[in-house]
Design a binder for this molecule. Structure first.
Ligand code: FE
Ligand code: FE
Ligand code: MG
Length: 170
């Protein structure tokens, strides 16, 4: 950590680094959740949604880069063993054992809602004290809000499609 950077510590840096390592672990798990879910997925709108899930996966990886770099700037060590991801992550990982598109999207949605809470928490913790981490958390938070909205709208479209099919059958 640089000399100026250390002055940031009007807050509990150790606690902040712990929160950031939880977020970093969650980003890697979210990356894999999207990446494997996109490949396994079956059902209506699959071909359209698949590409979008892979875009989300890439965005989660981008978040991991931001968070890991900030941990290093703060003098911490980003989680160095993948086996610790499950231990550190508060959001967990939902195994996509059922490949049906609605199930996959719901699992991703749960993850996004947890991520929103995580970055809200980090933004809150750093507000007015650590502007760099605060700005990063707000930036990522905005991406997660967009992800949540994407997932909700695809689920809505699938639901709509099912309703229309039901009408035709009646
Ligand atoms: Fe993310
Ligand atoms: Fe996300
Ligand atoms: Mg999107």
């Amino acid at each position: 950590m640089g000399k100026e950077a250390r002055k940031v510590s009007a807050l509990d840096i150790k606690k902040l680094i712990k929160m950031l390592n939880a977020a970093l672990s969650e980003e890697w798990l979210a990356y894999y959740q999207y990446w494997i879910g996109a490949r396994l997925m079956e059902g209506p709108m699959r071909s359209e949604v698949e590409a979008e899930l892979l875009v989300h996966a890439d965005e989660e990886l981008g978040h991991a880069v931001l968070v890991a770099d900030r941990i290093i700037q703060l003098g911490g060590t980003p989680v160095i063993n993948p086996k610790d991801w499950m231990k550190l992550a508060g959001c967990g990982y939902a195994e996509p054992a059922d490949p049906y598109i609605e199930v996959i999207l719901e699992q991703n949605l749960t993850g996004e809602r947890c991520a929103i809470q995580r970055y809200q928490e980090i933004a809150d913790f750093t507000a007015g004290k650590d502007f760099a981490t605060h700005q990063m958390a707000v930036q990522i938070l905005n991406d997660e809000l967009e992800h949540e909205e994407d997932l909700e709208s695809w689920l809505k479209d699938i639901h709509r499609l099912k309703e229309e099919i039901k009408k035709i059958r009646l």
